[in-house]
Design a protein around this ligand. Sequence first.
Ligand code: C2E
Ligand code: SIN
Ligand code: SIN
Ligand code: SIN
Ligand code: FE
Ligand code: FE
Length: 528
Amino acid sequence: MADDDALLFAEEDDPATQVVRSKEKFSKPWKVMIVDDEPEVHTITRLALSGFRFEDRDLEFLSAYSGEKAKALLAEHPDTALVFLDVVMETENAGLDVVRHVRNTLGNTMTRIILRTGQPGQAPERQVILEYDINDYKTKTEFTSRKLFTSVVAGLRAYADLEIIEQNRNGLEQIISASASIFKVQSMERFVQGVLTQLVSLLKLSSNAFCCGSGRFARDNGADRLRILAGIGGYTDYSGRLIEEALPQNILDDIHAATASGKDIFADDHIVLFFLSGGGAGNVIYVDGTRDLSVFDKDLLRIFCSNVAIAFDNITLATELERTQKEVVERIGALAETRSEETGNHVRRVAEYCYMLARAAGLDENEAQTLKEAAPMHDIGKVGIPDSILNKPEKLTREEFEVMKDHSSIGRRLLSGSSSRLLDVSAIIAHEHHERYDGKGYPRGLKGKEINIFGRITAIADVFDALGSPRCYKPEWSIDEVFAYMEEQRGKQFDPDLIDLFLARKEEIMEIRESFKDHPATRGELEN
Ligand code: C2E
Ligand code: SIN
Ligand code: SIN
Ligand code: SIN
Ligand code: FE
Ligand code: FE
């Protein structure tokens, strides 16, 4: 299966993907909304940002001159990336009402919001900043064009990260539900039909599609003759037929082009996806009538193809699909690492310490293993924190730390609500890894055993490793200082029972530290 794994996560510029793209999707501008009752603010902001591009995409400005207008405009443009929002407009709190409306009523958690207040003294309620995921807040006087630029970059980057995570999460959910059905359906044909159905509905493609192959499920006398394995829509009745006998010449030409080159074809009115299954057999998925596909859509298509390939190989499906999930989770975790300047080995060591403590605390192998796989996600919410705060090379101000603390709730929101146990546990860890045993932690101030055991374990592992590692804001501590701190916080920051178990295993801890050392040359590199 090693070959198929590679195919699962083909990069967007994978040579195996030949793209006949139309420009529109790729030059889609970032929507930036200016909400202010002073027309001058709109003029100045537009002027200061004119010609600005981020990741090869222009800005498209939207303007609203009151809170009520802003609500309507945001409902109309849920894909707004960034909002500059005045606080005082038709009422003292019009801007804050907009924030609540966006997050609560519209359920929009993606759009990044930058509050702007007229007078320095008139700060927005702290509660609103914390609860409603405000990206940044500035007084208008400090909005020089350089600062504006920095804010826009930070905001758009955070939005782009959230978008990628959201796409991955949707794909993951689709895979999970598709794989659940594998165990129920009897025949390969129905499985393939199910996958095609999900594929076209997820990507909003036409429902005329089929899959053909020459593998053992389509075995014929001639080794390379392709048969239709299953179809949907107009191709429903084509199942089992040789392609030469069933399909018109133009489609045959495309199929042959794809199998000969091993490349996908994304044409204006159809898609041809090529993939290999066990023993090197070539397979093709053909979908009629397409729309513009983003790189994420294409990633999803690859994932679906892999799913079919796995089923074709008919090996231990449960194991393989679980691995697929784990890889997606690792990919999401890696994304978080690229934002903060922590090393890949930090999350790996944290995972190992977590596993060690979980076993020591009596959790069974399965639970400990799940914790180990989920632990790398504990700081995923940092993708929602502005760079200026996340990578600030010195101590954070109180206000900045308040924003930083949001990473636990952002993490929970990103990971919760799926049917996967692994993601559920990841959500708990993201949410609770900064709670303290004495109740003085965040975000909820949970106390003692109110904190999930996974959260209590991860807190110990995370802090132990953070203290012993250099950070952009502090040098590393000596190992003796670190152990002294851990011991001192017994029953305060940390669960006393778990700390005892931890401190009784110094030798094992040092071994983990040694085997996953940070090497300066690999800092910040993505692990693959
Ligand atoms: P992190 O760097 O991964 O640190 C995780 C946790 O390790 C911290 O959670 C804290 O409990 C512990 N820790 C790390 N360094 C120290 C230290 O020097 N002294 C003590 N007593 N504990 C330490 P915390 O405090 O909730 O911070 C969460 C995250 O916020 C940190 O994750 C880091 O990304 C960021 N952060 C915290 N303080 C600063 C700062 O002064 N500057 C910057 N740039 N980031 C900070
Ligand atoms: C306030 O409204 O209390 C100021 C906001 C803050 O403390 O961050
Ligand atoms: C959560 O923290 O989101 C869930 C709490 C739990 O399951 O213990
Ligand atoms: C558990 O094993 O999940 C409960 C143990 C604890 O909360 O300490
Ligand atoms: Fe954290
Ligand atoms: Fe961490």
